[in-house]
Design a protein around this ligand. Structure first.
Ligand SMILES: Cc1cc2nc3c(=O)[nH]c(=O)nc-3n(C[C@H](O)[C@H](O)[C@H](O)COP(=O)(O)O)c2cc1C
Length: 197
């Protein structure tokens, strides 16, 4: 099982990276083949809204020659895409939002081209946030659920940890066990969906 984890935090050693440690380790123990992307290391510009990609058949076709195409190609090669991000202003970080908008070139819905470059994908969320979980996560989770529906992808769920006191909140037994359990749940869901294919 290939799993692509994209960390949209600007902090390489921040809270989100800390929660990813036990999550990644458990996935590896369960035999997952991991591809990890620390988004800030890549060049992903915001979408220009030019719609040129919508007239390019069978290819990504974006006029901006940065790293978005490579990242979406790697995500599309995975069975499961994990979007990990701190909650910023009730959504993901700007780094991740730019990448999400650039999924557009993969869906040929609005021009002369047709089809989807990533017809099948499962998506899960891992977030960290300052406010209480439901209040902090609801807008972003709703947006991603709708994006998945729009793309005909499966949404598998969310795990999050609240930041009150920084890294130590991410290192409690509850936070670590929660991340490990979430990894187990995702692998289980992926196995069930494979068996029912
Ligand atoms: C610019 C900015 C905006 C934020 N907006 C929110 C927010 O809307 N809701 C929330 O619960 N926390 C918010 N936070 C808190 C972060 O989500 C939280 O501290 C997170 O754990 C940081 O993760 P990191 O260390 O990986 O960057 C915000 C933090 C920053 C810096």
């Amino acid at each position: 099982m290939r799993i692509c984890i994209i960390n949209g935090s600007p902090n390489r050693n921040g809270n989100t990276a800390e929660v990813l440690k036990p999550f990644r380790q458990r996935l590896a123990e369960l035999g997952a083949d991991l591809d990890e992307i620390f988004l800030k290391d890549y060049d992903v510009a915001p979408c220009l809204g030019c719609y040129a990609c919508q007239d390019v058949q069978g290819e990504y076709g974006c006029v901006q020659k940065d790293d978005a195409e490579e990242i979406w190609r790697r995500a599309g090669q995975a069975d499961l895409l994990v979007l990990a991000t701190p909650i910023y202003s009730w959504y993901c970080t700007a780094h991740m939002k730019a990448l999400l908008d650039r999924h557009y070139a993969s869906n040929k819905y609005y021009g002369t081209a047709e089809g989807q470059l990533i017809p099948k994908l499962s998506v899960a969320l891992l977030t960290t946030h300052g406010y209480k979980a439901d209040y902090a996560n609801e807008p972003f989770e709703t947006g991603i659920k709708r994006l998945c529906r729009h793309c005909h992808w499966d949404y598998l769920g969310l795990y999050s940890v609240r930041d009150i006191d920084g890294l130590t909140d991410m290192q409690t037994p509850e936070a670590i066990e929660g991340a490990e359990r979430f990894a187990e749940e995702l692998v289980e869901k992926m196995n069930v969906s494979r068996e029912t294919l």
